[in-house]
Design a protein around this ligand. Sequence first.
Ligand code: FES
Length: 227
Amino acid sequence: MNLTGQCLANLIAATSLTNLKNLGIVLFLVLVIGVGTIIYYFYIKSLRLKHNNPENKNNKRPININRRNFLVGIFVLALAGIIAQFLLPLLELLRKGTVVTGEISAGQETPPKIANVAEVPPGSQVSFVLRRNPDGSPGQHPAILIRLTEDKAAVVGKEFVAYSAICTHLGCIVSYKSEEDTIFCPCHAGYFDPTNGKVISGPPKKPLPEVKLRIDENGDIYAEGWV
Ligand code: FES
């Protein structure tokens, strides 16, 4: 799936009403529409006051305020709310100057490193894009590299892990939340275990596909493909 497809998937996933977690989305929309209605009401009122003011000679055009314009305004506000909530993780991923890398394969030029170990403190993530999907098809697949917290790293015996950043429920972008030490999907509150990518709670049924990593003698981290 490419990044444009991912945007679409995020929107579709965000607006689907397949489980109770989406109640939060409905409440959020109600809130956006409510606030939007109030703002729009006062905006229209101020325009009318201005228009009806006899001292305002410059305002000659009648203001065309009808129910259709009103509903369009509310719809735009609601849509902006949805986009802001569900595309932020994706925009965040793009904003960080994400590394686009490929798998290391014999006889080919080494693809860009994802990061150096010194650049990734414990309990943090780096986003990258892998030029292959987990099913083996070529593509631009968003992924996350995570340096586990020291406690977790001691338990599982490795510091760095990487997974697909595409939620296995309906395809939103997941990210590592350091405050909760989990991988989180904002669309329907899906939680994954950062040590193995397995589902902790929420609607996803399958674990996140894992990326095989290689760390060279300089501490540079590369993706070796999907596990
Ligand atoms: S898309 Fe539904 S929990 Fe991630």
